[in-house]
Design a binder for this molecule. Structure first.
Ligand SMILES: [Zn+2]
Length: 68
């Protein structure tokens, strides 16, 4: 699983995109824990998480704001 350091993010846009990713991931995990997801639901939720990750990565690539 893709992991990010939530510490030391000084870019507001990056922080916003990362919180969207965490929300999508938590929603997926939360629902999966509550009940058996249908394949369509699982696919849709996984896509939302993947898209959120892609947006974070794209932002970092363009903006160069992920400090290590
Ligand atoms: Zn940034």
């Amino acid at each position: 699983m893709f992991s990010l350091s939530t510490l030391a993010i000084s870019c507001p846009e990056h922080a916003r995109l990362e919180s969207e990713f965490l929300e999508a991931r938590d929603r997926f995990r939360g629902l999966a824990r509550l009940r058996q997801l249908t394949r369509a639901e699982e696919k849709r939720l996984a896509e939302q998480v993947a898209m959120a990750i892609a947006r974070v990565k794209e932002h970092v690539a363009e903006h160069g704001c992920q400090q290590r």
